[in-house]
Design a protein around this ligand. Structure first.
Ligand code: NAI
Length: 338
């Protein structure tokens, strides 16, 4: 079976996913695309080898519910994700939604309710760190007790630069949400509070943005997590994660890069963009999703994971505004997501 995929949002990551589905992974092809920017959609459709351009004014009807679409890949802007995922559930179609699942906990809860009412898992959230070899090794060692009981986690998420439309809230909603999910997954624990500390801002940013930010989290089990989000760091795309346990410490490896010794220096290249750093993780993620669609059984990060991460990000946004330690009030996890 070739899974026919409809892609909503043909910007940076949408086009990367289209390339991936068309030329890297197996078992799928892109049959339709939609974007509120018609020119981008036309370009992406051509790159996909002749996919149909659906009506952006009626994405639910013209793309998501259409007969030539078996499964939906949502890579539009974050605020549109929940609406597109709900349309996919209404059409009974599997959906891979780029992070975040939603921008408010209320919208994420609507997704949980719709999926539970449908009666079978359809949603996978694009937390692709879970498919990265380095993160998987961290998960394995921590779960095997290799560093003892985890106590603390130190994380950093640095991007070279952020565009003008990037906001202070997005540091939590779009960027920190990766580490929020990774921490929940690595520790097998929920985050119960968030706090934000704002150091002196870099001058290399658009004036409306607070950058960098320290985010501090606490889990139900008492683990403390610090996360530096710095999206105008200038030097590269740099993801760090270190977990300290009672008997040891484990640190995310830097990507495998050949060591260069020249001009009186020794060093390795630093990735400049997320696409390069996590290329393998994205390939594995999308292949696993396509395989799960073909098998008719969703795997991977669930709508519950999307909800929990969104709820923590929402508390973090409130903490940005108030400076207070903000509690995360998760609803009880439904048995459906056990
Ligand atoms: P982008 O701005 O390059 O592309 C988004 C596209 O969605 C644009 O072409 C825009 O016109 C379109 N769009 C927005 N609202 C729409 C709507 N209602 N209907 C149809 N099209 C719509 O942004 P980018 O970087 O591709 O990010 C998209 C999403 O993917 C974001 O949620 C972002 O957080 C996520 N992302 C995830 C990454 C990861 O590491 N997993 C990396 C980069 C992005």
């Amino acid at each position: 079976m070739t899974v026919r995929i409809g892609v909503v949002g043909t910007g940076a990551i949408g086009r990367e996913h289209i390339e991936r589905v068309s030329r890297v992974i197996s078992g799928a092809r892109v049959s339709a695309v939609a974007d509120i920017d018609a020119a981008l959609a036309e370009k992406a459709a051509a790159e996909a080898g002749g996919a149909r351009v659906a009506d952006a004014a009626d994405i639910a009807g013209s793309l998501i519910a259409a007969d030539d679409v078996d499964a939906v890949l949502v890579s539009s802007w974050h605020a549109a994700h929940a609406e597109h995922v709900l349309a996919a559930i209404a059409a009974g179609k599997p959906v891979l939604c780029e992070k975040p699942l939603a921008t408010t906990a209320e919208d994420a809860l609507r997704v949980l309710a719709a999926e539970e009412a449908f009666g079978r898992r359809l949603v996978q959230v694009g937390f692709m760190r879970r498919y990265d070899p380095g993160y998987r090794e961290l998960k394995r060692v921590i779960a095997d007790g290799g560093i003892g009981r985890p106590l603390m986690m130190h994380c950093a998420h640095r991007n070279r630069s952020a565009p003008e439309r990037y906001t202070t809230e997005m540091a939590a909603q779009d960027t920190g949400v990766h580490e929020i999910d990774a921490a929940r997954w690595l520790l097998d624990d929920e985050i119960v509070s968030a706090q934000v500390i704002l150091p002196r801002a870099t001058e290399r940013r658009f004036p409306h943005l607070r950058d960098p930010q320290f985010m501090l989290f606490e889990t139900a089990g008492g683990v403390r997590i610090d996360l530096e989000v710095f999206v105008n760091c200038q030097y590269g795309y740099d993801i760090q994660c270190e977990t300290v346990g009672e008997t040891g410490l484990i640190r995310l490896p830097d990507p495998a890069r050949a060591e260069v010794r020249a001009a009186a220096r020794v060093g390795t290249e630093i990735d400049q963009e997320w696409g390069g750093r996590f290329a393998e993780a994205f390939d594995v993620e999308v292949q696993a999703w396509v395989d799960s669609v073909a098998a008719g059984a969703a795997t991977g990060p669930s709508a519950w994971d999307g909800y929990a991460a969104t709820a923590v990000a929402a508390a973090t946004v409130e903490a940005q505004r108030t400076g207070a330690v903000v509690d995360v009030d998760l609803v009880e996890r439904p048995a459906f997501y056990a």
